[in-house]
Design a protein around this ligand. Sequence first.
Ligand code: PGA
Length: 242
Amino acid sequence: MIIAANWKMNLRPCEAQNFFKTWSELNPGQSLKNRSAVFFLPPYYWPLAQSLGLKNLAWGTQNMFSEDFGAFTGENSPVVAKEMGAQWALVGHSERRQLFGETGSFINKKVLKALNLGFKVLLCVGETLEQRQSGLVQDVLDQQLQEGLTHVVPNLHTFIAYEPVWAIGTGLTARQEDITKAHRMIRHRLLSLGFSPETPILYGGSVKPENSSEILSLEDVSGLLVGGASLKPDPFFKILNS
Ligand code: PGA
């Protein structure tokens, strides 16, 4: 099971430092019921993550460009991220799609680049409320998966996160049956694209300690992607142990 934290653009340096100090006290390296924690961090916290040496913890980029180097002011080089020790790449988060206009084909370029460089990729897909109300969940998930995974040779480094946009940061968690249905749709599409039935599908959207174990017990949920509740060590540690 993968329990992933997405810090987004949050936390001051002293807060990040305190987080990991408390984290290392909470988790002095014992194995965590087959769970592993992945932190998607802003680049300025990469050296911090790298210096931690904590067991059961990996870290990754929240965003990276689709080219190695070049005149791309403000972008993150995937090669640099790799050399700095990032193992994971979060791609296609709805905030990137909606606020920064990332298209399916651009997301696909990033997926291909990340896999090519040996990252594990967590590709996010999910519908807006409007799309859900118009009965378009399956179409949206199919399209996002189809686009995001174009020319991707089925592999064991690709992970999917189902994140209904209307549940992100809103406190509204999707109903159990909606999660199960969406995960089934995703599984169906992944199989049709030739991916292994073992390809992990995580859920994200207002996950908190109060609902995490219930969500993890649902059919075909292989982990969680946690935003707000990952910003403090206690709730995130509870989720990791749920
Ligand atoms: P949330 O964010 O847990 O705050 O809803 C999840 C995400 O954006 O990945």
